[in-house]
Design a binder for this molecule. Structure first.
Ligand code: FAD
Length: 485
């Protein structure tokens, strides 16, 4: 039944950004109604939040039924229905189930979806939410060979975790993990990839990441709009293929997918003479380096596209080159009273010297929280400054069972030729890289249990001139913490 409702604050999206924003605004305005509209039946809640240092943070994430939120905040109502239309001039939103909402302030936190190599090919999968991860697992259990395309965090984890199935990994860069590391760090990690997968103890990225075990955790009516998985998304699922033995990873560097053939297309193509060599497979991938591989299916892990479709038609919303909603330093889009946070948005402000946007869990939480504070400041007509969390990029994660800490311009992003590197590497134990400009620390990559993160965070933030320390900065015999106390 069509209904209409006036609400002070409306937030769209039940992922980390939307839920954090809704919680913050609901607690700051307890006598105003707050509505969270989400396509997914479960919401993602941050628990056990811990500020590890000035900018490094850790937290657990729990997927919960929406009533948990409503019980915690009596003025917060969660409506499970996808938003199908925004008319920003009228401050109006419509949902797929026919409800209309008039808002005073709106925050869009609708996340992003995988950028697929091709749409509607049943042999090409993307991994985004609980449903797609389960579909992946089902298909993998019958697979002997898969092709993974992409070089970001999801691809890195996949190729490491999959067992009992040969993985052909196609990357466009010269080194693995280009989004997160340089070639040196990649070299450090490669032996882990080549080690016998059976010998690995399965790593856990975070102390706890829980999902609903009842099977209720499926996308909403619109089917494809669940929230993004995050750290340890593979923790509860068995990533095992149909082969008895681990069949290894073969990496094809500096190439992209040129063409995908169905079995029938391939057998009818000029390349069918190769079929005896290649064997009969459900799908074939031709790479730009000329090689062709048959496989059971292809995983497209080539990045994400922000979910903006319902918000664009008839509105004056500025989009960035990566198709995100451009936001200013108050998380405002180009439409009045419409804010955005998390994977759906693109930071349009001049970033601080050591920060860059990456579509990651921590930034989704920080942006959701800051967007709520900005909406509140606007309502109360109070000034607000860009939050301190945007001073320095920090990310803690685990790759190939190593702790990985990324700080600031860890890959010398945007520094041109104007930088020097200091390196320390102990095979199988740790890899430390420091990026310096004019003797000042701009960023660092710390792999392994280096214990250097807090000291380096301080050195980046305070921009102390380190020229006189030279290579001593990474001398393992010097207790660097004492040094800079
Ligand atoms: P999402 O979590 O995607 O939430 C979007 C919400 O909007 C969902 O609830 C969805 O249902 C809803 N929605 C969408 N469209 C509509 C609509 N029209 N109407 C109503 N609701 C709508 N990050 C890390 O930091 N570390 C990792 O190790 C890591 N691993 C990852 C592994 C995988 C497989 C994936 C997919 C992502 C990973 N990420 C990781 C990224 C991280 O999960 C995302 O950056 C983060 O979850 C984004 O949060 P969000 O709230 O912006 O969006």
């Amino acid at each position: 039944m069509a209904t209409e409702k006036q609400v002070t604050f409306v937030i769209v999206g039940g992922g980390i950004a939307g839920v954090t924003c809704a919680e913050q605004i609901a607690s700051q305005f307890p006598s105003d109604e707050v509505c969270l509209l989400t396509a997914s039946s479960l919401v993602k809640m941050v628990t056990n939040f811990k500020q590890v240092s000035k900018t490094l943070e850790e937290f657990d994430v729990e997927e919960q039924p929406s009533r948990f939120l409503e019980e915690k905040y009596p003025n917060l109502k969660v409506i499970q229905s996808a938003v199908s239309l925004l008319r920003a001039k009228e401050h109006l939103l419509q949902t797929e189930n026919g409800q209309t909402f008039y808002y005073k302030k709106l925050c869009l936190c609708s996340g992003a979806r995988p950028k697929l190599l091709t749409q509607d090919n049943p042999h090409v999968l993307g991994i985004r939410d609980t449903d797609s991860a389960q579909e992946f697992q089902k298909r993998l259990s019958k697979a002997k060979r898969i092709v993974v395309v992409g070089n970001g965090g999801i691809a890195l984890e996949l190729v490491y975790e999959v067992q009992g199935c040969q993985v052909i990994w196609a990357i466009k860069d010269k080194a693995i993990g280009n989004t997160f590391f340089d070639a040196g760090a990649a070299q450090f990690l490669i032996p882990s990839l080549e080690s016998d997968k059976k010998d690995r103890s399965l790593p856990c990225k975070r102390a706890r990441y829980t999902t609903d075990k009842t099977g209720a955790g499926h996308s909403g009516a619109s089917g494809e709009l669940g929230s993004a998985l995050g750290p340890d998304w593979h923790g509860g699922i068995d990533l095992r293929g149909a082969q008895q033995n681990s069949s290894g990873v073969h990496t094809e560097y500096e190439c992209e997918v040129e063409k995908i053939y169905t079995q029938q297309e391939f057998l009818q193509s000029k390349r069918s003479t190769e079929k005896f060599e290649l064997g009969i497979w459900p799908v074939y991938v031709q790479l730009t380096n000329g090689k062709i591989y048959g496989c059971d299916f292809i995983v497209s892990a080539t990045g994400v596209v922000p979910n903006t479709d319902p918000f664009l038609h008839g509105n004056n919303i500025e989009l960035a080159a990566d198709h995100g909603l451009v936001v200013d330093d108050h998380m405002r889009t180009s439409e009045q009273d419409v804010y955005a946070a998390g994977d759906v948005c693109t930071a349009g402000w001049e970033p601080r010297a050591h920060w860059q946007q990456m579509r990651l869990w921590t930034q989704a939480r920080q942006m959701g929280w800051y967007a709520a504070r900005c909406m509140a400041a606007d309502v109360l007509e109070e000034p607000i400054e860009l939050d301190f969390c945007f001073e320095l990029f920090t990310h803690i994660t685990k790759f190939f069972n190593y702790k990985v800490v990324l700080l600031g311009k860890f890959n010398a992003q945007g520094l041109g030729q104007d930088y020097e590197l200091l390196l320390r590497c102990t095979k199988g134990q740790e890899y430390v890289k420091v990026v310096l400009t004019g003797g000042r620390m701009m960023g660092a990559i710390l792999i392994g249990d280096t214990d250097l993160e807090e000291t380096f965070e301080n050195l980046i933030l305070n921009q102390m001139d380190l020229s006189r320390y030279g290579e001593e900065l990474l001398d393992p015999n010097i207790d660097i913490e004492d040094y800079f106390d």
